[in-house]
Design a binder for this molecule. Structure first.
Ligand code: HEM
Length: 413
């Protein structure tokens, strides 16, 4: 199976010397793993030109994610200069739970985890299976299709739309808004990308406000995630309208792009590695492990951030409060100190304690939903479309944080 070669020492030194997350070359978007390997071995706590640090070792990330006393997830200090205080992107990203600390975070997370119950997740299975089946049939009829637009991206929008009870005919704009809002989180968004982000928050907010008002009018009998959030079943301090709206938008975003990329990255890995694909087809019970391996090997969310809030030592170096850290999940997930033969894609890998969903108090609240979608979509695709093959022309999405493809042409004739 394919393994990315370790870069030679002088090449690795050059990659480290040139590395600046705010100015990444095209080659990085095509394949960031040689750069990650160089950083991990030569500069695992790399100081960036803007004074922040870029961390690539598994043990360091795991420790930072689990220590909420010394590392804050609140990004107001960073988003102020980046988006402008009072702007739509600032309001959104500083209200969503992922970029907040206790006690606010605890209050919102309790609501969301409570509403995303195992029962709600089980209930979405039949609809999800039927949708994946329909998409496979449509792809087979068409003969040639785009694995991203016509398959992977069509699944999460339905799932998260169903969880929140968004009417079917109103889902068209959701993905575009999500992409624009999340795109603004990249280390160096362009002015146009920021403008699209602000505009999308405003439009999404209008949309969600109408959705919530509509649901408030008749809550009885409704058991979707949004109704449960509005009803507030935790008995704690309820969410304000502002908090509810922005966290619904966050949920719609969190579930979209990441899961689209899990399915598209995963199928691209399998379709380009005949041996791995054959093994999974011959042993379908491996699907759980295979999806974990896709999450590890091509992590949909490659970067996280934390701010140091108390003096602390990481990997033998002292960090002072106010230091901003980028946590490179994509690099940690290929750290040979944690994973045997880490550059090898192995659908049977076990154990596989990857950090694709992060760890600790902010670990992904939707990981069961994402896993279910990934397992069902990938297993069904391989079973129903045994002759699917990649055509030339796959294009990466050119994003450092959310790694995926813009397009993957596939033929099934
Ligand atoms: C493959 C798909 C997914 C990946 C790779 C992923 C990854 C992540 C990661 C890395 C975080 C932690 C961010 C941080 O602390 O810096 C996170 C948080 C979160 N994710 Fe996901 N996610 C996925 C799908 C989903 C889905 C489908 C949902 C909703 C149904 C969801 C909801 C959330 C929420 C609510 C949080 C915030 C948790 C908190 O801050 O306490 N995610 N996700």
């Amino acid at each position: 199976m394919h393994s990315a070669p370790e870069p030679a020492r002088d090449q690795a030194e050059a990659l480290v010397a040139a590395f600046d997350p705010a100015r990444l070359p095209d080659a990085f978007y095509a394949d960031p793993y040689p750069t990650y390997a160089a950083l991990r071995s030569l500069a695992p706590l790399h100081r960036c030109p803007d004074g922040s640090y870029f961390l690539t070792r598994y043990a360091d990330l795991d420790a930072v994610y689990r220590d909420r006393a010394r590392f804050s997830a609140d990004k107001k200090a960073v988003f102020g200069p980046k988006f402008g205080e009072g702007t739509p992107l600032y309001a959104h990203h500083t209200t969503s739970l992922v970029f907040s600390d206790p006690p606010y975070h605890t209050r919102v997370r309790r609501q969301i985890v409570g509403a995303l119950s195992p029962g709600a997740i089980r209930a979405m299975m039949p609809g999800l299976a039927a949708l994946v089946g329909r998409l496979c049939d449509a792809a087979a009829l068409r003969g040639r299709f785009d694995l991203v637009e016509d398959f992977a991206a069509a699944i999460p929008v339905e799932v998260i739309g169903n969880l929140l009870g968004v009417p079917h005919d109103e889902r068209g704009a959701l993905r575009g808004w999500s992409l624009a809002i999340l795109g603004a989180l990249d280390p160096a968004p362009t002015a146009a990308a920021l403008e699209r982000g602000h505009q999308s928050v405003s439009e999404f907010l209008e949309f969600t406000r109408a959705l919530v008002a509509d649901r408030r009018r008749d809550l009885r009998g409704e058991d979707d995630l949004l109704s449960r959030l509005i009803r507030d079943e935790t008995g704690g301090e309820p969410l304000s309208e502002h908090e509810l709206l922005h966290n619904c938008i966050f949920l719609l975003n969190a579930g979209h792009e990441t899961t689209t990329n899990l399915i598209a990255n995963g199928l691209h890995l399998l379709l380009s590695r005949p041996e791995a694909r054959r093994r999974l087809v011959a042993e379908p019970r491996l699907i759980d492990r295979a999806v974990e391996e896709c999450l590890r090997y091509e992590s949909p969310n490659q970067l996280g951030n934390r701010m140091v809030v108390e003096p602390v030592e990481i990997g033998g170096r002292r960090f002072e409060p106010g230091t901003y850290l980028t946590l490179c999940i994509g690099a940690a997930n290929r750290d040979p100190a944690e994973f045997a033969d880490a550059e090898r894609f192995d659908v049977g890998r076990e154990p596989n304690r990857h950090l694709a969903f992060a760890a600790g108090g902010h670990a992904c609240a939707g990981m069961s939903v994402a896993r279910l979608e990934g397992q069902l979509a990938i297993a069904e695709f391989l079973e129903r479309l045994p002759r699917a093959r990649l055509l030339d022309g796959a294009v990466r999405n050119r994003r450092a944080r959310f790694r995926g493809f813009a397009t993957i042409p596939v033929a099934v004739e």
